[in-house]
Design a binder for this molecule. Structure first.
Ligand code: UD2
Ligand code: MN
Length: 532
């Protein structure tokens, strides 16, 4: 009996000693540099949890994350000099970004129900692809570290950086000392589209994840996206993109009620989810269908990316590729969604901090014109009406992309309009890019304020104005001085709103008159002819 007691005491003593050693060892391990200023932190073996007022974002333990990479030296090598404008080089406040350090706690901005969702334990891993041109070191490093810290390590196959010919090749090179990080450098400036294609083609994981070079991923950002793609490889998914302030780098929650949209000039905008869809959403963790994605942050199956033709590699530098990809995904059998339980912060800027070798406007026109010409069918006329300066600008050959579209047997843009984006209003068909014809002749201006019929030559032809659509919906208002006059269709005739009389070409080549309406008469019959 006494022997048993002695044994028990000995075992307890040994356990106590081992426990004390373990405790001291834990306490001595390096803690994160974000420990300053973030309130009560608690260290638990293998994990660091930073407790903030409301929620908790677990950070994977730091120690082994960076391998031989010397973070301090990397950041210290490039510092703002006193008196430098902190916005000049990157169009955000570099001083604030540098001051923040490479990791920090951010608020978990998800709906609280997201935290209790479960994901498959055997999710496939992903290759993270980040292209950049002259990114600030502190933002780039924070992007990478946030990925390493806030993703289950088993899901990160690799992080592929594509240095798009930045001035300093060390920005990228040095980062490849971090475990899992690879660096590819372009031999000349390619732009983000070709850079991403290059990154994607060397990726070794079956799932691709694209990120901008100034992001911070939030808690459990990756699992919801990989889960959705694993369940259906034709889904292309993106997170809610939170806002990192370009002035003070505050991490701000974005609204969860938005999706991607655009206007006819192919200008991207965030818009409210249509009311019927909003009413039907009983579960705030559900995916949100979106007509287009913002472009920078999304997850896509690699074979699906390849099958669908990657990107249009004749697009340069920046812009338009998100429309091209979005139309293609929807029209060729896939879908696009935003996952509210995945949140990634991004520094939205007001201007491009880099140069466009061909100029910003021309590049955007070239890229969006390619998207419109290949994918928008007859609807491209609205693009040209909204962006008249695009007409006549060079956009290269689109033969390959048209072949791709045929080969993939993609649906027409009309299908996209009817099924994916019916909320995009189509300008009155006749009221946009058309001329008015009668017989073989076209309505023309003579001088500044008379109208006449003449051979159809295009120049001088009266086109019902595109602003007609907004200024006097359904009515035609003619150009120039006549624009103040409003006309409405009366059968095939055109009736002057104020007088109630109709436009008539009593003497074919003479000036036109307005007279009593007799729409059945050929001289009062006008037909709009769509021009492209
Ligand atoms: C948005 C997208 C961006 C892209 C763009 C349209 C988000 C968060 N961002 O613009 O990913 O789809 O719309 O094209 O949705 N870069 C290069 N080479 C260049 C120019 C840019 O590698 O020649 C990099 C740049 O460093 C950045 C990324 O491409 O990492 C996107 O550029 P941005 O941040 O200037 O574009 P952004 O966010 O205004
Ligand atoms: Mn960006």
């Amino acid at each position: 009996m006494r022997r048993i007691r002695a044994n028990a005491i000995a075992i307890l003593t040994v356990a106590w000693i081992l426990g004390t050693f373990y405790y001291l060892w834990q306490d001595n391990k390096p803690q994160t540099s974000s420990s300053g200023g973030h309130g009560g932190q608690k260290v638990v073996p293998g994990r660091l949890e930073i407790h903030r007022d409301d929620r908790t974002i677990p950070l994977i333990q730091q120690g082994q994350l960076l391998g031989g990479f010397d973070e301090k030296a990397y950041l210290a090598a490039k510092q703002l000099k006193p008196g430098d404008d902190p916005y000049r080089e990157h169009a955000f406040n570099l001083q604030e970004s540098d001051r923040l350090g490479s990791e920090r706690a951010i608020r978990d901005t998800r709906h609280y129900r997201c935290a209790s969702l479960n994901y498959d334990t055997d999710l496939p891993s992903t290759s993270i692809i980040i292209t950049f041109h002259n990114e600030a070191r502190s933002t780039l490093l924070r992007t990478i570290k946030s990925v390493l810290m806030r993703s289950p390590p088993s899901l990160i196959q690799e992080i592929i950086l594509i240095d798009d010919f930045s001035s300093d090749s060390e920005d990228c090179q040095l980062l490849s000392q971090i475990p899992k990080v690879r660096c590819l450098r372009n031999g000349r400036r390619e732009g983000l589209i070709r850079s991403r294609v290059r990154g994607a083609s060397t990726a070794s994981a079956s799932i691709l994840t694209f990120l901008d070079s100034h992001c911070e991923v939030n808690a459990d950002w990756l699992q919801p996206m990989i889960q959705r793609v694993k369940e259906d490889h034709t889904r292309v998914v993106s997170p809610i993109i939170d806002v990192i302030s370009l002035d003070n780098f505050a991490y701000l929650a974005a609204s969860a009620d938005l999706r991607g949209g655009f206007d006819w000039s192919l200008h991207f905008k965030w818009e409210q989810i249509p009311i019927e869809q909003k009413m039907a959403r009983s579960d705030p963790t559900q995916a949100i269908r979106t007509p287009v994605i913002a472009g920078g942050i999304f997850v896509m199956d690699k074979s699906w990316f390849n099958h669908l033709g990657q990107y249009d590699t004749h697009m340069d530098i920046w812009g338009g590729e998100n429309f091209e990809l979005s139309f293609r995904v929807w029209m060729c059998g896939g879908s696009l969604e935003i996952l509210p339980c995945s949140r990634v912060g991004h520094v939205f800027r007001k201007r491009h901090p880099y140069d466009f070798p061909e100029g910003n406007a021309l590049t955007y026109i070239k890229n969006t014109r390619r998207a419109a010409e290949v994918w928008m069918d007859e609807y491209k006329q609205y693009y040209y009406s909204a962006r008249p300066s695009a007409q006549g600008k060079a956009f290269g050959s689109i033969a390959d992309r048209l072949t791709l579209r045929r080969k993939l047997n993609c649906k027409p843009f009309r299908w996209y309009m009817e099924n994916v984006y019916p909320e995009l209003r189509v300008p009155e068909q006749e009221a946009v890019s058309s001329v008015l014809r009668q017989g073989g002749l076209c309505l023309e201006t003579r001088g500044t304020d008379t109208l006449g019929l003449a051979e159809c030559r295009g120049i001088g032809a009266i086109r019902p104005q595109s602003q007609t659509y907004s200024c006097c919906f359904l009515f035609v208002c003619f150009s120039l001085s006549l624009c103040v006059q409003k006309w409405k269709p009366k059968g095939p005739a055109l009736q002057h709103m104020v007088s109630g009389l109709c436009l008539d070409s009593q003497t074919p080549m003479g000036p036109l008159v307005i007279t009593q309406c007799r729409p059945q008469m050929a001289s009062q019959s006008w037909e709009p002819q769509i021009i492209t």
